[in-house]
Each structure stands twice: as C-alpha cells, then as structure tokens.
Ligand binder design. Sequence first.
Ligand code: HEM
Length: 407
Amino acid sequence: MSDSSEDRGKRFIRYRVWGGIVAGLLAIALVWQGFELFDDDSRTVPEVRWGVAQDQDGVGIMVNKSLADRTNFQKERFVSGPSPDSNEPRPSALNDRVLFTETTIDEPSDLLTRTWQIPDENTLDMMQPARRVIGTSSLPYVNANLLQRPFARDWRLVIADFTTHLGAISILGFSFLLALFLAVRGRIPISEGKSGRTVKRFSVLERANHWMTALSFIMLALTGIVLSVGVTLFQPFGDRVLGLAGWISTWGHTIFAPSFALGILVMAVLWLRQNLPTRLDLHWLARFGGFLSSQDSTPSARRFNAGQKLIFWSAILGGLIMVATGVSLLFPFYWLDLTGMSWAMMIHAVIGVLLIAIFIGHIYIGTVGMEGGFWAMWDGDVDVNWAAEHHDLWFQEIKNEDRGQPL
Ligand code: HEM
C-alpha cells in the first residue's frame, strides 16, 4: 500500500512531537537524580543506644558526640583515603573509664562464633593479619574500632554513587539527548522514499540469534537495575512488591545469562569478519554517518557501517567482560580474593551501565530513529532505496551477485 507524501509528513511530525514530550519527562527525571546525587541520605549513621542509658555522668553524650564527629568523615565522599581537610574526631576523654560492649554469652552461639573465628582455606586469604593496616583509634566504642580499608571506601563510592546515581544520570541523560535529537532533527527518512522492492539483509539464523541476544540483554538490564536500585523503585509500593521484584530479579539475572553468553558467541562467529575496521570507517565517523543534518548525504558503507561496528564490538567485548565478571560474582571467592571480588563487582556495574546506554542508542536507531531499519531485523528484508542509501557498497555487491535477477 503506497503512502501519500502528506500522510508521511504528518507521521514524521508526530515523531518529533513525541521526541519533545519524552525529552521533557526525561529532563524532570534527570533533575531528580541530580538532586539525589548530592543528597547525603546514603551515609551510614551509627547509633549508640548503650551510651544513652548512662547519661547521668555525661558519658552517653560524649559517646554520641564523638561518633557524630566520626560520621562527618563520611561526608567527604569524593576523597579517597584519609581526608586531611575534615575535622578530626575529638578523642573521648574518658580518663580511667573504658567503654566495653559485652557479648551475650550463651553456649550454642558462642560456639558458633568461635567456629567462625577459625579460618578455613577459603576465608584464610581474607583473614591474613599481615595485610591489615594497624593503628591507634580514638573511638570510644570498641566495636567501632574496625576501620574501613581505603579500597573499601573507593569501592563504596563506585557502587553507591557512581553506578546508582551517576549510572542513572548517564542512562537518563543519554536517553534525553536521543529524545531531543528526535525532536530537533526528526526521524531520518529514506531520502528517495520507499521503492516497494526489497532485498534480503539478514538470514533466519542471524535474526533468531539477534532476538535471543536482545531479549536476554533486556531482561538482564531490567533485573540488574532492580538489583541495584530496586529499593528506591519498589519500596513505595510496599514490602511485598519489593520482595517479589527482588526475588524475580535475583533468579532472572542468572537465568538469562547463558542465552546472552551463547548469543554473543554466535554473533561473533556470524559477523566478526564483516565488522573488522577499515579506512572507510574513519570517513563515516568523521561525517557522523550524515545523520546530523538533513542536507548531508550518507557516507559510503559496506554491510556494516562504522556506527554498527561500534555496536557490534560493544556487544562482543562488553558482553564478554559482563559474562566473566558475572560468573565470578556467582561463585564468590572461588578464584578471586576479596580485592578481586570488589573489582569484579565494580567492573560489572560500570560496564553494565555503559552497555545499557549504548544499547538504548542502538534500539533508538533501529526503531523510531530511522525509517526502514527495523524490518531488516524483523522479516529480514529492506527496501532497495534504504539499502542503496545506507549501505551502497554492500548493495552493489548484492546486485553484482544477483545479476540477471530483478531486485
Ligand atoms: C529492542 C531491541 C533491539 C532492536 C529493536 C534492535 C534492532 C536492530 C536492527 C534493526 C538491526 C539491523 C540494522 C541493520 O539493518 O543494519 C540490528 C542489528 C544489530 N543488533 Fe540489534 N536491536 C535490539 C537489541 C539489540 C541488543 C540488546 C543487542 C546486543 C546485545 C543487539 C545487537 C545487534 C548487533 C551486534 C547488530 C549488528 C550491528 C548493527 O546493525 O548495529 N541488538 N538490531
């Protein structure tokens, strides 16, 4: 069925209006995340109930004051290691008084505690006294004397700030730019319009594998987001909803990993050769594929242009890193020690956020961003005019191979 140019024009305007609306909503979400980033709520504030009971002689107040000073250290969230500029906690001038917290002595749990104290071969590595930094603590509360390792502080910064708030800001920010691009530039049309004749672009195997990988990735991304920021997203709906979302996501995040791993391996086998970089890619990148202006022509490309090659390599290399770190997290301390586990978690989180942003861009261009692209991956065929415009050298090859048969 042919499309009148008036209908086509109206549809293209509708895309731009939707781009504007979505950009507005994303801008609101961005402001909210920006506010959350600088909100101090995620700091751990210790509570000492023991001291409050002793207030007759002022000990409780001193304990609380001293701990409050200590907590102020945590405000220096972007400084790693000891923060020289922050106020030093006041030493608790307790004279001859020493504060102890007493453990409850009851036989079975005491036995259990003792058993935990004896390291087995898996935990031995974590218990090495030689690797600990030993010093003097001014804290008045014995249990608080276990200080944080500097690396643990960096780890917390990456996990608590980077991948939650900054992660959300990157994903929302990138989506905002895409929506803005849609509002300003509009959907990229096929310049010559549709010809009504098609050419085969992807085989059944290529499409089946693409959709298996895509579905797995989307499920991994959604469940991963719930695992990292699920409390913020689901707590308002109550504990039952939060618990259910957490349970589904914990299992889902493992269940969809094997099909994703298989998908990227098959993708590598099918498309690696056509995704090797060539000189043509520099030319394509320098002109940003001709996407930025409607006056610009599309630079030459073979089966995959430079933008698609970047998507391919992100899927393969990023995917391999995610699988390797993910499997390490699934089997804690089997082949990584505490430092290794912390690195695995940070890399998994940071690359995960990057991949989500990259694939939002890919999904955008494969659906609303460009006319005619989606069908390549859905039924395998693309319009001849689309092929000639975006992949001229590949289209020429196909024509040469099929010489004699009408396209
Ligand atoms: C709803 C989600 C997705 C949609 C609508 C989509 C759409 C498409 C389309 C239309 C193409 C073909 C472009 C062409 O004709 O050249 C394509 C190719 C491709 N897709 Fe997807 N895709 C999705 C998700 C994913 C995901 C999650 C991955 C990987 C984890 C992925 C990896 C690839 C790769 C490597 C290619 C070949 C290179 C390229 O064309 O960029 N896709 N996709």
